[in-house]
Ligand binder design. Structure first.
Ligand code: ATP
Ligand code: ATP
Ligand code: MG
Ligand code: MG
Ligand code: MG
Ligand code: MG
Length: 253
């Protein structure tokens, strides 16, 4: 209760308000998901249901926090971009980060059975998180490009590795085989030895997942523009492909 002699301890709490007028990006990442994915027999290198569960949790965050304007996910990680002017929790970093991480984690557990109806959850998954501030839209573009390039490099490597492993090589042999190979060489190994055209693999695996509000123009009575949270697997690497950002100027405006 207020006004006790103990109340002075509150003054030990330090302010952690984030700089105003900057883009807030929260990135969460599954803790020990290599082990978690093995314990729950995720398909390698990409378990589609596990990715869809991650996407569903991200949708829940956009539904709950209107200030999140964009999210990008790959593997066991998700990045959430808050609008520059957000005043959520008076921009207190620990409040923003802890609510994102805990809402994501609890939603992951709640929705588990929806995506894995025949697999009991063996133990409680957890996620770590960090907050980073970016001063300009160009930085946000570069941040998201960085994550999508990472997705591409890792997925290409993992697709090769697991194809080799599934063909009979040990993990060590496959790793040795791939050491020092270039991007084009990896695609050629896949195509020539296994008949796999990398570019025709599912876009969710190759490009990761983008979650954002799509404008829905209703022709009916009111001319109001409604927005719906959607998941897409688009190219967001800048300046290479500005198509997505040109089509959705309102997201980072
Ligand atoms: P840390 O706690 O440091 O993040 P980690 O084991 O989670 O450790 P990461 O670098 O985050 O390591 O890698 C996540 C791992 O989770 C990947 O190596 C991959 O094996 C596994 N993983 C995550 N999502 C999937 C998925 N959808 N399908 C298959 N494996 C996945
Ligand atoms: P905030 O998000 O700011 O924390 P809050 O609604 O959680 O908002 P608190 O000051 O944290 O507000 O108060 C927690 C509230 O939760 C209490 O007012 C109480 O009504 C309710 N509550 C928590 N635990 C119990 C419990 N065991 N039994 C009954 N009510 C509870
Ligand atoms: Mg980590
Ligand atoms: Mg992880
Ligand atoms: Mg990770
Ligand atoms: Mg409370």
């Amino acid at each position: 209760m207020a006004n006790s002699k103990y109340e002075y301890v509150k003054s030990f709490e330090l302010p952690d308000n984030l700089l105003p007028s900057t883009w807030i990006i929260v990135r969460i990442d599954g803790r020990g998901f290599r082990k978690f994915s093995e314990a729950h027999e995720f398909e390698k290198p990409n378990d589609e249901n596990a990715l869809m569960l991650m996407n569903s949790c991200a949708i829940s965050l956009l539904d709950d926090f209107p200030d999140i304007v964009f999210a990008y996910g790959v593997s066991d990680e998700y990045s959430f971009v808050f609008k520059k002017s957000s005043q959520i929790y008076k921009r207190r970093a620990s409040k923003i980060l802890s609510t994102c991480v805990s809402l994501f984690s609890s939603t992951y557990v709640m929705k588990w059975a929806e995506f894995f109806p025949n697999k009991p959850l063996k133990y409680a998954p957890s996620f770590d998180g960090r907050v980073v501030l970016y001063p300009t839209v160009a930085h946000v573009h570069d941040y998201l490009s960085w994550r999508q390039v990472d997705c591409h490099i890792n997925n290409q490597y993992n697709t090769c590795l697991w194809t080799l492993v599934k063909s009979g090589k040990t993990n060590e042999e496959a790793q040795k085989f791939l050491k020092g190979t270039q991007k084009q060489e990896k695609n050629e190994i896949l195509f020539q030895q296994f008949g796999i055209n990398y570019n025709t693999l599912p876009p969710m695996f190759r490009k990761g997942s983008c979650v954002f509000r799509e404008e829905v123009h209703e022709i009916s009575k009111s001319k109001k523009v409604k927005k719906k949270v959607v998941v897409d697997h688009c190219d967001i690497i800048c300046p290479g492909d500005m198509h997505f950002w040109n089509e959705h100027p309102y997201i980072l405006s």
